[in-house]
Design a protein around this ligand. Structure first.
Ligand code: IPE
Ligand code: IPE
Ligand code: MG
Length: 230
């Protein structure tokens, strides 16, 4: 672990998940892809509960990327509805003392594509869980890491900054998000994604063939053991 990148006190790790493979999970079961997304959202709820019981202070998940808008309209619509459902799980989040946050293209930026009904559910969930003191769950929706870094640089320039590292870090979508300790990518894709590229410098990576809807709490432990071993 690089001590300069990882300034968190020991414990309370930051785990990031690229929730990939919902479509293939459904296809292998002769189900429509939308069923895979539904199963993925349900598994996220159970991974969130498991994470809150472990030494995880921050869980950040990739829900929908800036590139995913080109998918068929019906699939996009289904995924939007699932995000409304996810951000609607306020009672469950409160029961587990979890604060929910969101990262993505800011709603007031010209590039933003998040529809109003999802914006509303995001704002409401953030407000209704803001008083919690436990794990921070951050959902990346309409998120792209390259956009985030470009946007931070753009804002720094507009502020007349001479662009040092901190000038970028503090203008990322969520300046309070700590460095990632371990990144999990499901579904056998052994490659980098457009996800938290700035925040994940130095992170351990757990690649697994398991599709997101099947990821278990024990596999979360396997990923966490990478942090503890480093
Ligand atoms: C991840 O599963 C969910 C989103 C990208 C929204 P996919 O839909 O990418 O599933 P595969 O990769 O096609 O199996
Ligand atoms: C990554 O999955 C994005 C999310 C999990 C939301 P994709 O399936 O969109 O990623 P690529 O395009 O295969 O890298
Ligand atoms: Mg995929």
């Amino acid at each position: 672990m690089n001590p300069e990148l990882h300034t968190l006190p020991t414990g309370r790790h930051h785990v990031a998940c690229i929730m990939d493979g919902n479509g293939r999970w459904a296809e292998t079961r002769d189900l429509p892809r939308t069923a895979g997304h539904t199963a993925g959202e349900e598994n996220l709820a159970s991974i969130v509960r498991a994470a809150a019981q472990r030494d995880i202070g921050w869980l950040t998940v990739f829900g929908f990327s800036t590139e995913n808008w080109v998918r068929p309209r019906a699939e996009v619509r289904h995924i939007l509805g699932l995000h409304e459902r996810l951000f609607g799980r306020v009672e469950e989040l409160n029961d587990n003392n979890i604060r929910i946050r969101w990262i993505g293209r800011p709603f007031d930026s010209p590039e933003s594509r998040t529809p109003r009904f999802v914006q509303r559910s995001i704002r409401k969930a953030i407000a209704d869980t803001a008083q919690n003191t436990g794990m921070v769950l951050t959902v990346a929706f309409d998120y792209g890491s390259r956009f985030e870094m470009m946007n931070a640089a753009r804002n720094a320039r507009a502020d007349g900054s001479d662009l040092n590292m901190n000038d970028i870090t503090k203008r990322l979508h969520d300046a309070d998000l700590p460095p990632v300790d371990v990144m999990i990518r499901t579904s056998g894709e052994i490659r980098v994604s457009n996800f938290l590229l700035w925040q994940a410098a130095g992170a351990a990576i757990h690649f697994t063939d398991t599709a997101w809807p099947d990821l278990s709490a024990s596999e979360l432990d396997t990923a966490l053991s990478l942090v503890e071993a480093s």
